[in-house]
Design a protein around this ligand. Sequence first.
Ligand code: NAD
Ligand code: DAU
Length: 359
Amino acid sequence: MLQNFLVTGGAGFIGSNFTRYLQNNHPASFIVNLDLLTYAGSLENLKELPIPGKYHFIRGDIGDSSLVESILRDFNIDTIVHFAAESHVDRSLTGPSAFIQTNIVGTFTLLEAARVVWGENNKMDPSKVRFHHISTDEVFGSLKPGEPAFTETTPYAPNSPYAASKASSDHLVGSYARSFDLPVTISNCSNNYGAYQFPEKLIPLMILNALTGKPLPIYGDGMQIRDWLYVDDHCEAIWTILQNGEIGESYNIGGGNQPPNIEIVKTICDILDKSVGTPEDKCHADLVQFVKDRPGHDRRYAMDITKIKNELGWQPKFDFDQGLNRTIDWYLGHTDWLNAIIKEKEYQNWVQINYQGRE
Ligand code: NAD
Ligand code: DAU
C-alpha cells in the first residue's frame, strides 16, 4: 500500500540507514531521496545500495516548494518520511538561522506541498497517503533527578534553538492533521548512534578523536544522561509506525540505555584499548579533557516507550553494549568513509570554532 517513498534528508545519518533498511526489508518500495547535501549529508552514506534501480536521488532544498510539489506529482509519492533537518545542538547555538529555515520553514513547505498535491483528486485518504515526521525527545526539555521519563503527553519545554525549531515543526505537523486532515504520524526519538553518523556527535567524535590521538572533550562534569537508541532499532520503529501507527498520533521511541556521557566515553576508550592497542604505555582514556559546558545543556533525557510497545508491539532489540561494539567495529572497518568525511573544509572549520569556544 505505502510504496512510493519520499525520504527527505536521506543522505544524512538516520535517513541513509532508513533508506538501506527499506531496501533490505521492504524491497517493493521505490525511494526518492531529496537532500540538499549540507555539511551533514553525503552520498558516501548511500554507496552500494542493494536495489539501485528502485532509488532516485535529487539534490535540493525541502524549502523549495515548486521542487517538492513536482516530486510528489512526478513520482506519485504516497509516503513522505521527513528526516531532513539541521540536527546538531552545538551548531544551533553558534548559528541558529539555518535551523529556523530548514526545520520550521522547510517542514512547513513540505506540509503545504503535501496538502496541495494530495488534496487534488480527493486523495487525502489515510489508506492512500502518509506524512511521517521524525522528531526528537529534546522538545520535552530536561528531566530533574527522580522525575519520570517523557511520555507523549509531557508538555513541550525546548531549551536550545534546535529543540525549539523541532518543537515548532511538530506543532505545524499536528496543525495540518487537525486543520486539513493531512494523514500524519510523528515520532519523537532519543539519541541515535550507529553506522554513518557524522563525527560531530558524541559517540563518533570520541571514536575519531581517540583513534587520531586528539583530546576527548567532555562538556561540564560529564554526568549528563541521554537515552541511547541503536539506529537499526530506530529504523524498525519507524516502519512499525508507518504500518500500524494511528493517524494523528505521536510515538516516543527510546533505547532504554542511559549511562552518563563520561561512562560512555570511558567505555569507548576501553574497547579501543583492546581492539587497536594503546599508544606508548598510555590508554585512550588519558585523552579525556573536561571542557566548558554547553550553554543551556539539558541534564537528562529518558523516554517512556510504553505506548509504542503496547499499541504497536515495537521494542528495541539492541542493548548498549551490543550496539556500541557494533558501532565501533563499523568505524574501524570504514576508515575510508571517515577520511572522506573529515577532509571536508567545513568539518575542519567546525572543529576549530567548537574548540575555541570551550578551552
Ligand atoms: P543529519 O544531520 O545526519 O542529516 C540531516 C540530513 O538532512 C543531511 O543529509 C542534510 O544534507 C539534509 N538536509 C539539511 N537541510 C536540508 C534541506 N534544507 N533540504 C534538504 N535536505 C536537507 O541528521 P540525523 O542525525 O540523521 O537526523 C535526522 C532527523 O532525526 C532530524 O530531523 C533530527 O532532528 C532527528 N533526530 C535525530 C536524532 C539523532 O540522535 N541523530 C535523535 C532524534 C531526532
Ligand atoms: O536527544 C535527541 C538528540 O540527540 C537529537 O535530536 C539531536 O539531533 C542529536 O544531535 C542529539 O543531540 P545531543 O545534543 O544530545 O547530541 P550530542 O552527540 O551533540 O551530545 C550528546 C551528549 O554529549 C550531550 O550531553 C553533550 C555531550 N557532548 C557532546 C559532544 C559533541 C560532550 O560532552 N562532548 C562533545 O564533544
